[in-house]
Write a protein that binds this ligand. Structure first.
Ligand code: FAD
Length: 397
C-alpha cells in the first residue's frame, strides 16, 4: 500500500524507538522508510577509535531492529509535501500518511573543508564519525609514537558534541601509557570560547585536557587539510589569523547539517543555518503542519544531539502524536534533556546530563558524575549498549 497511518523517515536510533513505541501503543499501521540494511550504535565508535571496543559490536542488521508488525520501506526519501501529506521516494514512488515522523539523522559534510574528504582514511587522517573509519583512527593512534596530533571540532550543531574531545583523551592516555606523550604535541581545536556547552562539566574538562598537556585552541576552525604533506590550516576566527601546522595524526570531526533534501524542503527551519527541521522544542510537533513531528539529529532543537536525548524525546513525541490523532491537546513536553558520557581516559568517564536551561539532570543523584569514574566507564562500554539494543530500540525505556 502507498498509504500508512504513521510514516517514519529514517530507521536509526530515533525512527526505530518511535516505531516500537507506536506499535506498543496499539497503532496498527506504522511504516519506516530506511534505505540501509545495517543499523548502527554510533556512541561505540568513540571507543572503537580509541582501541577500546570492536567495530562489529556497533552494527546489527536493520531487519533485526525493525519492530514486529512495522512495514519496512527499503528506499531513500527525497522530498516531503506536507500540504498533501506525501513523501517522495528515490525510486519515484510517493507514500501518503496521516502522520509523519521525520528522523533521517544528519549528513556529514567533509567536503566543506578543502582537502578533508580526500585525506580521510590515509595520511594519518581519520574520523570516528564513520563506521568504516573509526578502526582507522585507532590504527593511526597506535602507529604514532611522536610528533603532533590535532583533534578538531567544526562550528554548528553536531551529533555528540563531546566526541571531538573524547578521542583526544583516549589517545593521550594511550600515548602516556606508551611513554611517548611527553615527546608529543597535542592540539584540541574548538570553534567556541568554552570547552563544553555546560559550564560546570566544561571546567572539569579543562582540567582533564591540561592534565595531558593538551593545547586548547578556542574560537578556532580547521579550514584546510593537505593529507600527503600532513599539514592543516587553522583559522582563529577572532583575530582572523591563519596558522599552518604539520601533523602526524589528525582526528577531524566533519562539519554537519541536515540532509540536502530536508534543508531544501518546506520543513527546514528558516532559523537554522544548517537546515534542521523546525519543531516546537517542547512538543516536537511542526508549528506549521500539525500532522508532522520530528526528533533526533535532524530536529532543530536547542540541545546537544545525542542518542540519550532521543531516549527522552521518543516517549514525548509518541504521547503527543497519539493525542493529536485523537484530536486532544498535546500532553507531553520534552525539557531538552541530553547526556554525554565524556570518556576522559582508557578506563574513566564523566557523565554530563543537562537540559535546555543547562541545569544538571543527574540520572544517578547519589554519585558524583562530575568526577572521572571507572564505574561510569563500565556503564558506557557495557551497560549503555545493552540498554540501547534491548531497551530503547524496543520502546521499553
Ligand atoms: P541516526 O541514528 O543517524 O539514523 C538516521 C537514519 O536515517 C539512518 O539509519 C539512515 O540510514 C537513515 N536515512 C538517512 N537518509 C535517509 C533518507 N533520505 N530516507 C530514509 N532514511 C534515511 N549519543 C549518545 O547518546 N552518547 C554518546 O556517547 C554518543 N557518542 C557518539 C559518538 C560518535 C562518534 C557519533 C557519530 C555519535 C555519537 N552519539 C552519541 C550520537 C548518536 O549516535 C546520535 O545522536 C543518534 O544516533 C541520532 O539518531 P537519529 O535516529 O536521529 O539518526
Amino acid at each position: 500500500s502507498t498509504h500508512h497511518e504513521v510514516l517514519i523517515v529514517g530507521g536509526g536510533s530515533a525512527g526505530i524507538s518511535v516505531a516500537a513505541r507506536l506499535r506498543r501503543s496499539g497503532v496498527a499501521d506504522v511504516a519506516v522508510i530506511e534505505p540501509s540494511d545495517r543499523h548502527f550504535y554510533q556512541p561505540l565508535w568513540t571507543l572503537v577509535g580509541g582501541g577500546r571496543a570492536d567495530a562489529e559490536l556497533s552494527v546489527r542488521p536493520e531487519e533485526s531492529v525493525m519492530p514486529k508488525g512495522v512495514t519496512w520501506i527499503r528506499q531513500r526519501a527525497c522530498g516531503v509535501a506536507p500540504d498533501v501529506r506525501r513523501v517522495m521516494l528515490a525510486d519515484g514512488r510517493q507514500m501518503s500518511y496521516d502522520f509523519l515522523v521525520m528522523a533521517p539523522g544528519l549528513r556529514l559534510d567533509p567536503e566543506a573543508v578543502p582537502g578533508l574528504a580526500e585525506a580521510l582514511g590515509h595520511d594519518g587522517v581519520s574520523t570516528n564519525y564513520r563506521f568504516d573509519l573509526a578502526p582507522r583512527t585507532w590504527q593511526f593512534i597506535r602507529e604514532t609514537r611522536g610528533g603532533t596530533a590535532v583533534f578538531t571540532m567544526p562550528p554548528g550543531p553536531i551529533k555528540c558534541g563531546g566526541a571531538p574531545q573524547k578521542i583526544a583523551y583516549l589517545a593521550a592516555d594511550w600515548w602516556r601509557r606508551q611513554g611517548v606523550l611527553d615527546k608529543m604535541r597535542l592540539i584540541l581545536v574548538l570553534p567556541t570560547a568554552a570547552m563544553f556547552t555546560q559550564p560546570q562539566w566544561g571546567e572539569v574538562l579543562k582540567g582533564v585536557a591540561a592534565g595531558y598537556g593538551i593545547e586548547g585552541r578556542h574560537d578556532t576552525q580547521l579550514v584546510e587539510v593537505d593529507g600527503p604533506a600532513r599539514r592543516v590550516v587553522l583559522l582563529d576566527t577572532k583575530s582572523g589569523t591563519k596558522e599552518d601546522i604539520g601533523f602526524e595524526v589528525l582526528h577531524a570531526t566533519p562539519p554537519q547539517g541536515a540532509p540536502h533534501w530536508v534543508r531544501a524542503g518546506p520543513l527546514a527551519d528558516p532559523d537554522s543555518a544548517f537546515g534542521y527541521v523546525q519543531v516546537d522544542r517542547y512538543t516536537l510537533q511542526s508549528p506549521r503542519w500539525p500532522t508532522v513531528f520530528a526528533l533526533g539529529d535532524v530536529a532543530n532543537l536547542p540541545t546537544s544531539k545525542t542518542g540519550a536525548a532521543i531516549r527522552k524525546q521518543a516517549p514525548v513525541l509518541v504521547a503527543n502524536l497519539l493525542a493529536a490523532r485523537r484530536g486532544d491537546p498535546l500532553p507531553a513536553r520534552y525539557d531538552g534533556y541530553t547526556s554525554c558520557p565524556l570518556v576522559t581516559s582508557r578506563n574513566r568517564m564523566l557523565l554530563a546530563e543537562f537540559d535546555y536551561e543547562l541545569r544538571p539532570r543527574p540520572s544517578f543523584p547519589l554519585i558524583d558524575t562530575m568526577r572521572p569514574r571507572s564505574d561510569m566507564w563500565l556503564l558506557k562500554r557495557y551497560g549503555l549498549p545493552t540498554l540501547y539494543w534491548h531497551g530503547m530500540l524496543r520502546g521499553r525505556i
